[in-house]
Design a protein around this ligand. Structure first.
Ligand code: SAM
Ligand code: SF4
Length: 360
């Protein structure tokens, strides 16, 4: 292998040339600041010193699934369940549109009934009605049938986020019940592409039993599946879940999780170059400056939570979720200040499509 310094230079100069071994070498790069700086330079070249934002609406925490790591899994009896009605979601979308968010993410637990499909379809038509085509709409509503994906696409959604969680099927099996299938997740990602969506995926970094080889394979997975946007973050244990119970919180562990999350962002940027990469809220749960650190490690997207404050405490995927009581208008100002402090600006009123998708 070439010298270390040369590897970083080559990764920054030419996209998608790194071998598995080189990805592992970058993930364990001795000087993390050097790694982040190289990735940030690529990000600036691809999308400028500017951050795309999406208004995140957590539409409901009712979920048919039981992922072993997630605080809103159906088996967690301690959660107070809610589902927003169509009018409420549309009202939040309208607020986002008028406040200069050029786009929106609708996320929730997984629901597959006909009533839910129709409700989302009607919401999408109504949003398109007042916002027109230049407004971005991303869905993150889990695994659905081809018909549902097609109906939502026809009604106006054009991006979809579905994390593969890990590219290692064996590891996937250890963090999910037996009827949650990795192959089904993969089929859905491919289906989404065929239905004409910009496709987003991602993983959790720091899962029990996960290795650097797994994480390098995750980045190779994003490349081989031609993923347009990446939403990944550190795994954070939730005490009321099978995977998280009994794991004590410690500052050291939080710092390690944060660093792994930042390294994943940096190496994904260095390998893939032109995809959108979100600086996940989970980073901020581990460090008040976590999301800004994510931007400086190569991410170019932030997703401020614009959900009605009354619902937020019930959408806790992990321990320490930030901004539970912050109202959306205050979040906007805070975001602007924080982003300006690292020398970046926010792209208001922009759809924020993935440059990778635009090239394709
Ligand atoms: N239900 C949809 C799905 O699973 O695709 C969308 C909502 S789900 C809450 C969004 C993401 O939250 C999941 O893909 C998972 O990666 C992440 N998540 C859940 N529990 C987490 C935890 N304990 N730590 C970090 N991320 C977590
Ligand atoms: Fe449900 Fe998504 Fe949580 Fe799994 S990760 S339990 S599908 S909300």
């Amino acid at each position: 292998m070439e010298t270390d310094a040369h590897l970083l230079e080559r990764a920054a100069a030419t996209p998608r040339t790194l071998s598995h071994r080189e990805l592992v070498a970058l993930l364990s790069w001795p000087d993390a600041r050097e790694l982040y700086a190289a990735a940030y330079a690529v990000k600036v070249r691809v999308s400028g010193k500017a951050v795309s934002i999406r208004g995140l609406v957590e539409c409901g925490n009712v979920c048919e699934k039981d992922c072993r790591y997630c605080g809103i899994r159906k088996g967690n009896g301690k959660v107070h369940r809610y589902v927003m009605g169509a009018d409420e979601i549309v009202r939040e979308a309208e607020w986002a549109f008028k406040s200069g968010y050029g786009n929106l993410v609708l996320q929730s637990g997984e629901q597959t009934g006909a009533g839910h499909t129709e409700m989302i379809e009607a919401v999408l038509h109504r949003i398109r009605g007042f916002a027109g085509d230049s407004f971005g709409i991303t869905l993150s509503l889990g695994e659905q049938t081809e018909e549902t994906y097609r109906r939502w696409r026809a009604a106006g959604a054009h991006r979809y986020l579905l994390r593969i969680e890990t590219s290692n099927p064996k590891l996937y099996a250890t963090i999910h019940p037996a009827d949650h299938l990795w192959t089904r997740r993969l089929d859905c990602l491919r289906l989404l592409r065929r239905c004409g969506y910009q496709v987003g995926s991602g993983v959790m970094a720091g899962l029990p039993g996960q290795t650097l080889d797994d994480l390098a394979s995750d980045i190779e997975f994003f490349a081989s599946e031609d993923i347009d946007m990446i939403g990944m973050g550190p795994y954070i244990p939730h005490p009321d879940t099978p995977l998280g119970e009994g794991i004590p919180w410690s500052a050291d562990a939080a710092a390690r999780r944060l660093e792994l999350g930042l390294r994943m962002i940096a190496v994904a940027r260095l390998h893939l170059h032109d995809v959108n990469i979100a600086s996940a809220t989970a980073l901020q749960a581990l460090d008040p400056d976590g999301r800004e650190k994510g931007l400086l490690a190569g991410a170019n997207v932030m997703m401020p939570n614009i959900t009605d404050v009354g619902y937020r405490a019930n959408y806790q995927l992990y321990l320490g979720k930030p901004c539970l009581e912050e109202d959306p208008a205050a979040s906007r100002e805070k975001f602007e200040r924080r982003v300006a402090a690292i020398g970046e600006t926010i792209k208001w009123n922009a759809r924020g499509d993935s440059p990778h998708w635009e090239k394709r």
